[in-house]
Ligand binder design. Structure first.
Ligand SMILES: [Zn+2]
Length: 219
């Protein structure tokens, strides 16, 4: 089952990558997620500007990705840039801001109709007919800077071809407890099948630093 959501447990509530909800509604959420699986979460479109180079994310050779920031949220813009820098530390990938339709990836303020109640963000999945490299964030949901960063890394992981992980510590896990998250060896192996990893990154090396530790070190 493919589910485009990621949970984060908090003392007073359960928050997840795409939704915020009270614990009593968890059962309803599980049922909703099960019923909505047929929606193909990476398959959506909208009135957003095209990215003519969206297929650049499918390249195996070193990538140079143009990113268009179509968001009015400066915190989202900053954390999305940090997330791109994170991926550039893992993959042979360079990126630059591209404020034209020559973009490969575009972060957009999503239309409310795109989201279910409380949904935070969603990415298109490459390879689908409507794919344009779009990642939409819901302007109606407030998130901390770190939550925006981790969410952006997760959604960019989908853009780069990663599925959800079965490891609760992976940033690609769809249901994650609050706490440090990583790219695990399965994530890196899946990435290596599609892209070239940085030489310092090995699927057999010591565990990667957590995303939160990477962000703290990078800022
Ligand atoms: Zn996901």
């Amino acid at each position: 089952m493919t589910v485009a959501c990621r949970y984060m447990e908090r003392p007073q509530q359960i928050r997840y990558r795409h939704f915020t909800l009270a614990p009593v509604t968890l059962l309803c959420l599980i049922l909703t997620v099960s019923l909505s699986a047929a929606e193909r979460p990476g398959s959506w479109t909208g009135p957003y500007r095209p990215c003519d180079r969206h297929d650049d994310v499918l390249k195996r050779e070193p990538m140079n990705l143009g990113v268009r920031f179509s968001t009015a949220n400066p915190a989202l813009r900053a954390e999305f840039a940090h997330a791109m820098n994170f991926w550039a530390s893992i993959l042979q990938l360079d990126w630059h801001e591209e404020d034209s339709r020559a973009c490969a990836i575009q972060v957009v303020d999503g239309d409310p109709s795109l989201f279910r109640s409380g949904q935070v963000a969603r990415a298109q999945f490459p390879g689908l007919p409507e794919y344009q490299g779009w990642i939409a964030f819901n302007p109606g949901v407030s998130s901390s800077s770190n939550e925006l960063f981790v969410t952006a890394v997760h959604e960019l992981g989908h853009i780069l071809g990663l599925p959800h992980s079965s490891n609760a510590s992976s940033v690609m896990y769809f249901l994650a407890l609050d706490g440090p998250v990583y790219l695990d060896s399965a994530d890196l192996t899946a990435l290596a099948a599609k892209h070239r990893l940085r030489e310092v990154t090995s699927t057999n090396s010591a565990p990667q630093p957590s995303l939160q530790a990477w962000r703290r070190a990078a800022l």
